[in-house]
Design a protein around this ligand. Structure first.
Ligand code: T3D
Length: 264
């Protein structure tokens, strides 16, 4: 039986998905996309999963599209319809990550290039090993950033730095990525797995419904004026205020005890 392209491991409420094509730096084939989509859908549908970690096997996180994938072969007209690949694979992936009902942490263990970089940057929190790096490799092969890169980069960094990275395709070391605010944290290589895991366990014990709603509200605010953002805040708070987690959070505070959150 062929080895799974996505490894799935649970540690209590934290599920870890490991991209598993290490010989090709975990670059994406159509098959790996399909397995990752299925794994994300399954995690979203599993009540016991309250936080997700995405990482890579071997020395890389993900080198983006597998440029040798037979699915990239030219059609009868000698051309490749990359738009179809984006619509079928990268668009659903970027949107799925962004709509997970639980927080998603990217544990970037090595190079994250092309769509691999933007898969990581689309996660809620990005922790990278000191030896890792981020490369918007697209310009070097005549493409634009995809997997959400055109939306994510200017929001995370502002236009000047977004364009700097996207136009040059230069490698950005993890330490520098943390310094300029592209990612949450850079840690020693030996500390990456434990740091990501303990952060995920911490988030899993929090009111994850509110965490997912926080991500959604921040994303929605990118298209809004302040008045509309305030309206959205009121609407979401109204909804969350009716949840058991809110009652539990307040009760635990009043009773000076640790809350036990269950909503998802
Ligand atoms: O359908 C579409 O195309 C649209 C979607 C586009 C999304 C995209 O992601 S476009 C961008 C695609 N990715 C790239 O252009 C990155 C290509 N890779 C690299 O530039 C370098 O490999 C890295 C900078 C990422 C890492 O360099 P290095 O020196 O650490 O490793 P390496 O020796 O280049 O790679 C190791 C192996 O992985 C090597 O295989 P080998 O020679 O040992 O058998 C290499 O060919 C393979 N590999 C790395 N990246 C890819 C890849 N194989 C296929 N596709 C890759 N993207």
């Amino acid at each position: 039986m062929p080895e799974a392209l996505i490894l799935v491991a649970d540690a209590g409420p934290v599920r870890t998905l490991t991209l598993n094509r290490p010989a090709a730096l975990n670059s994406f084939t159509g098959e790996m996309h399909a397995e990752l989509r299925a794994a994300l859908d399954e995690a979203a549908a599993t009540a016991g999963v309250r936080a997700l970690v995405i990482t890579g096997a071997g020395r890389g996180f993900c080198a983006g599209q597998d440029l040798n994938d037979p699915g990239m072969a030219p059609g009868a007209d000698g051309k490749v319809d990359i738009g179809a690949v984006i619509e079928a694979n990268y668009r659903p992936l970027a949107l799925r990550v962004r709509s997970m009902p639980v927080p998603v942490i990217a544990a970037v263990n090595g190079v994250a290039a092309g769509a691999g970089a933007n898969l990581a940057l689309g996660c809620d929190l990005v922790i990278a090993a000191r030896s890792a790096s981020f490369i918007q490799a697209f310009s070097k092969i005549g493409l634009i950033p995809d997997c959400g890169g055109t939306w994510l980069l200017p929001r995370l960094l502002g236009r000047a730095r977004a364009l700097g990275l996207a136009l040059t395709g230069d490698k950005l070391p993890a330490e520098e990525a943390a310094r300029i605010g592209l990612i949450w944290q850079c840690v020693d290589d030996s500390a990456l797995a434990d740091t990501a895991q303990s952060l995920a366990q911490r988030l899993a014990a929090m009111p994850v419904k509110a965490l997912a709603a926080t991500r959604a509200a921040l994303d929605a605010s990118a298209q809004m004026g302040m008045a509309d953002a305030l309206t959205l805040e009121a609407d979401v708070q109204r909804e969350l205020g009716r949840q058991a987690d809110f009652a539990e959070g307040v009760a635990a505070f009043q009773q000076k005890r640790t809350p036990v959150f269950k909503d998802r």
